[in-house]
Design a protein around this ligand. Structure first.
Ligand SMILES: *Cc1c(COP(=O)(O)O)cnc(C)c1O
Length: 386
């Protein structure tokens, strides 16, 4: 069997975890701080570790002021957690369709929606059709592809809206601006990474928040730690926090992964490039592409095939012992839990719905061999021809 993903772990991870166990200090210890410092150095922003990417998104939205009854502009083409975090905050997603090429939220459509339906008032940005406040923008860096930050910063700043980025799939990806290079999420107000075992780096379960607004750090730290505010700031007796802390074993694995980051990126890139070459003579297959402003450390390798053959191709790969998955089908607005809440959204996001019927994630991990990739591509060829 060729699995969809597999973490890349070494003796370094093993030795750090043993160090934790031998120390007896299993939570709020030195590895948490070292892991946060490593991510901070790598991304150029202060970092706060949390128990999962989902938990990080939840408190990121609270920290920028999303409140019950608010709306948050987001994408339906994502893993469900990006929208769930909005619901946890008591707000509702205001979905906007995606771009064909990057699969990220289409900023032109977000801009048009704001211009058509929103106005700036003393109470914030009001959505005229519902009378509710639009409290934040929450785009997702789908499969690791960074946002076009120049455009997103313009939109967010022009409307005075916080830009919260779900960068849970984008660890190790960069946004290129002329001679400058920014880590994914670094130009957001707040961004969140995730370290589930299928991501580019892992901690088992875990996530990390980064922010370019230093004033949010105490509140983010307090929200993950039962509302305990460091430094005795004024706003907190009545802060209801959460237990979203990361334990020391997870932080130890994360620190080792960060120390190996360049090695991990290079290996992942090599696997990506082999697929890119092997798939070139399959004209029905659309391969993942980088925009000119993007340097992607891919989370998954997602191809697109004609929708009428997609399920057949997936079954054929599965029969050959090759694990594949339709990332993301169904899209969020068509998930059972969302259909029940928002029954009138089917058909409203045509690009998302079209793409979701074409996608297949192929096995993609650092130790995937060339022979295995050739097997995947041959099975794909057969499945398409059948
Ligand atoms: C993985 C992922 C998350 C959630 O991360 P967890 O650590 O599993 O909670 C959120 N958003 C997206 C887009 C993801 O891919």
């Amino acid at each position: 069997m060729i699995p969809l993903s597999r973490p890349d772990l070494s003796d370094l991870e093993r030795s750090y975890v043993l160090e934790v166990l031998d120390s007896g200090r299993l939570a709020l210890g030195p590895f948490l701080e070292r892991f946060e410092e490593a991510v901070s150095r790598y991304t150029g922003r202060p970092a706060v570790a949390v128990s999962s990417g989902t938990a990080g998104l939840h408190i990121a939205l609270l920290a920028v002021g999303v409140r019950p009854g608010d709306l948050v502009i987001t994408t339906p083409f994502s893993f469900v957690a990006s929208s769930n975090a909005i619901l946890y905050a008591g707000a509702d997603p205001l979905f906007v369709d995606v771009e064909e090429d990057t699969l990220n939220l289409d900023i032109r459509k977000a801009k048009a929606l704001l211009e058509r339906e929103a106005e700036r008032t003393g109470k914030g940005v009001i959505h005229r059709p519902t009378g509710r406040r639009i409290a934040a923008l929450l785009p997702v860096e789908v499969f690791g592809h960074p946002l076009n930050y120049a455009a997103w910063r313009d939109l967010a700043d022009g409307w005075g809206l916080p830009l919260v980025v779900d960068a849970c799939e984008a660890m190790g990806s960069f946004y290129l601006a002329g001679n400058e290079r920014f880590h994914a999420g670094a130009l957001a107000d707040v961004a969140v990474f995730a370290f589930y075992p299928n991501k580019q780096i892992t901690t088992g379960e875990g996530g990390m928040i980064i922010t370019s607004r230093e004033e949010l750090l105490p509140i983010l730290r307090a929200l993950r730690n039962q509302g305990r505010l460091r430094g005795g700031l004024w706003l907190t007796h009545d802060l209801v926090g959460y237990n979203y802390r990361m334990d020391e074993m997870s932080a130890a694995v994360g620190l080792a992964q960060m120390e190996r980051m360049e090695e991990l990126r290079i290996r992942r890139r090599a696997v990506f490039e082999r697929y890119d070459a092997l798939l070139q003579d399959l004209p029905e297959v659309r391969r993942p592409r980088e925009a000119p402003y993007a340097e992607v450390n891919w989370f998954v390798y997602v191809i697109r095939v004609p929708a009428d053959r997609r399920d057949r191709v997936m079954r054929h790969l599965d029969d050959q012992g090759i694990e594949v998955r339709p990332y993301f089908d169904p899209p969020i607005h068509l998930q059972p839990a969302y259909r029940e809440r928002y029954p009138n959204l089917a058909g409203r996001f045509p690009v998302t719905e079209k793409i979701s019927r074409e996608v297949i994630a192929l096995p993609f991990f650092n130790t995937l061999t060339e022979r295995e990739q050739i097997r995947v591509v041959e099975a794909l060829r057969e499945g398409l021809a059948a």
